[in-house]
Design a protein around this ligand. Structure first.
Ligand code: S3P
Length: 165
């Protein structure tokens, strides 16, 4: 079985994904991590040396490969839905969950991290809002279920995911 988590930076894809995977005894897979392993450098360095477009190409390759062979809980990067190729791949999947989070919560959950190349370039709240405005329809369109993340415990979120798979 495959459960795929999509949603903005700081929505909780990795943290929920890890707990969920452990709980239902599936492997946890993170597409950003796979890209870092494949390239041998961090996402931030990929953006700064090769550019965002190169990173988006890698995301398509890694998602394609992952969906072909893997079962597991798969956490994706917040921009995975930017490329149409990825949206088409995800639409064919059964268990794609959109972890929907307010921009304020995204902001709070990303503010102490310096790992995200799209952030810390000015006003993070504004950047997150703009990305969310641009991407929301893709998250909605690409997912089978939407989970509201604000004001919920991890247990409640996980229960809702399991119930809908
Ligand atoms: C990105 C989100 C990041 C990472 C990269 C780009 C985005 O993943 O893939 O920094 O475009 O929103 P997280 O959603 O895990 O932070």
């Amino acid at each position: 079985m495959r459960i795929i988590l999509i949603g903005p930076m700081g929505s909780g894809k990795s943290s929920i994904g890890k707990i969920l995977a452990r709980q239902i005894d599936l492997k946890f897979i993170d597409t950003d991590k796979l890209i870092e392993i494949q390239e041998g450098i961090k996402i931030k360095e990929i953006f700064s040396t090769k550019g965002e477009n190169y990173f988006r190409d890698l995301e398509v390759m890694v998602l394609k490969k992952t969906l072909k062979v893997q079962s597991g809980v798969i956490a994706t990067g917040g921009g995975i839905i930017e490329r149409e190729a990825n949206r088409l791949l995800l639409k064919k999947e059964r268990n794609v969950f959109f972890l929907n989070s307010s921009v304020r919560r995204q902001f709070e959950r990303t503010k102490d991290s310096d790992k995200r190349p799209l952030l810390n370039k000015g006003n993070n709240l504004k950047t997150l809002q703009e990305l969310f405005d641009k991407r929301l329809r893709y998250y909605e369109d690409t997912s089978k279920y939407q989970i509201e993340m604000d004001n919920k415990t991890n247990e409640e979120i996980i229960e809702q995911i399991i119930k809908n798979t």
